[in-house]
Design a binder for this molecule. Structure first.
Ligand code: FAQ
Length: 311
């Protein structure tokens, strides 16, 4: 690639200009964005499964309506993100095919099961809470369509996190059995939630280049620390025990210390060996195959209309 073009591109990034689809960009910038936005879109779509699992079993009509709306929002987020990826010259079908072939990732968190209703509260609170911390930072990403998608998505995500905290609050302040369920959910989901930010900065292969290009504007560990700092007081407010004995306020740093998650578990999950990886991919491929008749019908209808216009 022409060094002069590369230099001008970096200068635009350094001036905080947004890069738009028709602008010149290095091949590797395009490739990294397709990987990250595609993975992000897949996460939204696969992310419907753990909560979708509880729609028919929500404890009240109100909770059911809220959960339905939330899961539907995640589908919408997936669609905005696939559209953002398409501006980079890849089709949604290609991305979906790569996901189904196991050649593209989605967030590690969705490979953990949702065993009971408290998990649904904890997912909204912790998983959407972690997603928001990451996505608020991504509103400032250098690629225009990704940045704009993040602005809209963050608005919806804050409703998701609040409904989750509200659900878990009712359990934590409920009967001893409900409180125990809330505690169990937090204990199981804490480490998977903090893994969402990716490997530690020293192990993060893409961070350096992605931060130079401002695809990522804050590092994995920096965002993880922010999430820990904002979530500990929320756990304390609920009257629940902290899920990690290593959590301690560090006066000098002005942050909570916490224990590292088990990184070998993380790398196993992203290699496809987590508790639910096989089920999640099967569910997605089955849904895709079951929906083939709808896509065929729409295509036939579109072709008929186009033929009528040319006739
Ligand atoms: N899971 O060098 P880095 C949501 C991979 S929120 C799986 O640090 P990078 C909302 C990474 O791809 C969740 N894989 O990578 C919702 C790379 O492998 P590769 C989605 C992970 O990209 C809530 C390797 O490890 N949010 O869906 C993970 O610079 C509730 C090395 O890592 C996003 O995707 C992981 N957690 O930084 C929906 C946010 N972490 O590709 C439904 C956008 C790392 O070379 C219900 N993405 N890997 O084979 C990002 O911000 C970044 O991609 C990071 C990773 C921070 C996730």
């Amino acid at each position: 690639e022409d060094p002069k073009l590369l230099e001008e591109f970096q200068a635009r990034i350094d001036r905080d200009e947004k890069i738009e689809p028709k602008d010149w960009m290095p091949m590797a910038y395009r490739k990294t964005l397709i990987r990250q936005i595609g993975q992000h879109a897949h996460s939204e779509v696969v992310g419907q499964l753990p909560e979708g699992n509880w729609i028919t079993r929500a404890p009240t009509l109100e909770r059911k309506a809220i959960l339905l709306a939330k899961v539907q929002d995640e589908a919408g987020h997936g669609l905005y993100l696939y559209s953002a990826a398409e501006t980079l010259g890849v089709s949604r079908d290609e991305l979906v095919e790569l996901l189904h072939e196991g050649k593209m990732k989605y967030s590690s968190i969705f490979n953990y099961p949702t065993l009971n209703w408290a998990d649904i509260g904890a997912v909204g609170w912790l998983v959407d809470g972690a997603a928001i911390v990451n996505q608020v930072a991504l509103q400032r990403t250098s690629y225009g369509p990704y940045s704009r998608a993040m602005i809209r998505i963050c608005k919806e995500e804050s409703f998701h996190a609040r409904q989750g905290y509200h659900a878990i609050m009712q359990m934590a302040f409920g009967t001893p059995a409900q409180k125990a369920m809330a505690q169990d959910a937090v204990n199981r989901l804490w480490f998977p939630a903090i893994m969402m930010f990716g490997p530690s900065d020293s192990e993060s292969v893409h961070s350096e280049q992605s931060m130079t290009w401002k695809i990522k504007v804050r590092s994995n560990d920096d965002l993880r620390q922010q999430f820990v700092d904002q979530t500990i007081p929320q756990i304390e407010y609920l009257g629940l025990d902290l899920p990690d004995p290593g959590i301690k306020w560090n006066e000098e740093r002005g942050h909570y210390d916490y224990s590292d998650p088990d990184w070998s578990e993380f790398f196993n999950v992203i290699k496809g060996k987590g508790p639910c990886n096989v089920d999640r991919l099967n569910d997605r491929t089955n849904a895709w195959e079951d929906g083939a008749w709808v896509r065929d019908g729409l295509l036939a209808h579109g072709n008929k209309k186009a033929a009528a216009r040319t006739a």
